[in-house]
Design a protein around this ligand. Structure first.
Ligand code: DX5
Ligand code: ZN
Length: 213
C-alpha cells in the first residue's frame, strides 16, 4: 500500500517543516486538496502554497481538485509538475477532453468519484486514466468518518480494471486509519490518502508505516 498524507491537516504555520517531516517519514506522495468554495463548502490551497510545497517536497505531488472550472485549475497547477492531477467526474462535462489536456502537460490524469457516484461512470474512460480516486467521505473537510460502502465500490472497480487488463490504480481518500487499512488492502486499493490520522500522530513515521500493509 502506498501512502499519500493530505496536507490539509498539517500545521500551516510551519508548513515547510511539516512537508520535510512527512517526506522523511517515508510517505509516497504529498496529497494536496484544492477547494474553491463552490464545488465544496470550503476554500483551501492556491498556487502560492502549492509552489512552496513543491519546493519543500522530495516526494511527487498528488493534486486533488475540488473545484468548478477544472480546466482553469489544471493550467494553474501544471507548472508545479505534479505526478497526478485528479478531478471530480460530477463537475466535468467533458472528462475525456480534460484527460487529454492533463496528459499533454506530461501529468498523469485521475478521476475522483464522490461517495454516491458509481464505478460505471468511468467505464469508458478507464483505459485513459492512470488512477481512479474513490472518496470515502464527502469532499470538503479533513477528519470525517470513513464511509464503508467504498469497499464494495473498490471491489467492483478493481474487477473492471482486471477484466480489461488495465494498470489503472485505485486511491481512496477520507477517514483512512489503522482500523480500516486492512479492508482497503483486501479489496485491491493501491494508494490511501490520510490527513488527520497521520498529522494527529506524534510520530509521522509510525502513522505512515502502520498504513503500509
Ligand atoms: C477531503 C479531502 C481529504 C481529506 C482527508 O475533501 O479530499 O484529502 O483531507 O482527510 P482525513 O484523512 O482526515 O479524512
Ligand atoms: Zn483529497
Amino acid at each position: 500500500m502506498k501512502v499519500a498524507p493530505s496536507i490539509l491537516s498539517a500545521n500551516f504555520g510551519k508548513l515547510d517543516e511539516e512537508i520535510r517531516a512527512i517526506c522523511e517519514a517515508d510517505c509516497d506522495f504529498i496529497h494536496i486538496d484544492v477547494m474553491d468554495g463552490h464545488f465544496v463548502p470550503n476554500h483551501t490551497i492556491g498556487p502560492v502554497v502549492v509552489e512552496a510545497v513543491a519546493k519543500a517536497s522530495t516526494k511527487p505531488l498528488d493534486i486533488h481538485l475540488m473545484v468548478q472550472n477544472n480546466s482553469f485549475f489544471v493550467d494553474m497547477f501544471a507548472k508545479f509538475n505534479p505526478q497526478y492531477i485528479s478531478f471530480h467526474i460530477e463537475e466535468e462535462k467533458h472528462p475525456h477532453r480534460l484527460i487529454q489536456k492533463i496528459k499533454d502537460y506530461g501529468i498523469k490524469p485521475a478521476i475522483v468519484l464522490n461517495p454516491h457516484t458509481p464505478p460505471s461512470s468511468v467505464e469508458y474512460l478507464l483505459e485513459d486514466l492512470d488512477m481512479v480516486l474513490l472518496m470515502s467521505v464527502n469532499p470538503g473537510f479533513g477528519g470525517q468518518k470513513f464511509i464503508s460502502s467504498v469497499l464494495k465500490k473498490a471491489e467492483v472497480l478493481k474487477k473492471m480494471i482486471n477484466e480489461n487488463s488495465l494498470k489503472t490504480l485505485i486511491e481512496v481518500d477520507g477517514g483512512v486509519n489503522d482500523k480500516n487499512i486492512k479492508d482497503l488492502k483486501e479489496v485491491g486499493v493501491d494508494i490511501v490518502v490520510a490527513g488527520s490520522y497521520v498529522f494527529s500522530n506524534s510520530s509521522y513515521k509510525n502513522a505512515i508505516s502502520s498504513l503500509k500493509v
